[in-house]
Design a protein around this ligand. Structure first.
Ligand code: ATP
Length: 244
């Protein structure tokens, strides 16, 4: 069943078409990877889908409901959350308090929020940092906190903006395991923007390639990385790096 349908969305910034007539569908429980060169429009597309920006044209439907132009908190209430490339947790608060705030944003009392937050924190293996202030956290833990905050609202669709960036290779495999586990055990539908091709190859059911704001192609990962247009626009002449 199709859960997320993006139809013909466009967005211009002072004449520059950052996203130009982009359409795609994501089936419930599946994983879509979005790749493309710097400036291709990936983050803008996320902002359009998650409600941070309103499209100039086009529509976004979640579970059959038109959510085009809804603000982010209403998109989250409708079942779709996102992570940010630049993480901005409340520095002076603990991990538990940060995730509790995210739970409360979706409704619920302070007491039930702490219980729900503690569960999410265990879910993303952040337990040892639970009571630590977030300004002292290493990058890998901050990334997990960002994921925990997005998961706090129990989304059906999770939009992940470069959650592996900044992790050393040894930290990437456990992060990918976590994403696979979310999908396998909770049926969470994932849409992720990622530059690390090994992750795109491992996690995605299908891959959408953006270039100059437009969809260059979409298909199975193994087919997309062999597409000469993708190699020219994005991957270069180098063979795809399979190291995670
Ligand atoms: N708020 C804005 N105002 C003006 N131009 C913008 C704005 N946001 C994005 N752009 C421009 O839109 C284009 C697409 O940017 P976007 O950040 O969406 O690309 P991206 O694919 O996410 O890039 P990266 O991989 O570097 O994160 C770029 O040319 C960018 O300069």
């Amino acid at each position: 069943m199709t859960l997320l349908t993006v139809h013909g969305v466009s967005k211009s910034f002072r004449g520059l078409r950052a996203v130009d007539d982009v359409s795609f569908e994501v089936a419930e429980g599946s994983v879509l990877g979005i790749i493309g060169p710097n400036g291709a429009g990936k983050t803008t597309l996320f902002n359009l889908v998650a409600g941070a920006l309103t499209p100039d044209s086009g529509t976004v439907h979640l579970g059959g409901r038109d959510i085009t132009g809804l603000p982010p908190h209403r998109v989250a209430a409708a079942g779709m959350s996102r992570t940010f490339q630049l993480m901005k947790p409340f520095a002076s608060m603990s991990v538990l308090e940060n995730v509790s705030v995210a739970v409360m944003a979706g409704g619920g009392s302070r007491r039930t929020a702490r219980t729900a937050a503690a569960e999410v924190i265990e879910r993303v293996a952040l337990g040892r940092w639970r009571d630590s202030r977030t300004d002292g956290l290493p990058t890998a833990a901050l990334k997990r906190l960002e994921l925990a905050r997005a998961l706090a609202g129990r989304p059906r669709v999770l939009l992940l903006d470069e959650v592996l960036a900044g992790l050393v290779p040894a930290e990437r495999a456990p992060a990918m395991d976590l994403l696979e586990d979310l999908r396998a055990n909770e049926g969470t539908t994932l849409v992720f923007v990622e530059h690390i091709m090994a992750a795109v190859m491992r996690l995605s059911d299908s891959v959408l390639v953006l270039d100059l704001g437009r969809v260059l192609t979409t298909g199975r990962p193994a087919d997309v990385v062999r597409d000469p247009r993708v190699i020219e626009a994005y991957l270069g002449e180098e063979p795809v790096d399979a190291e995670a």
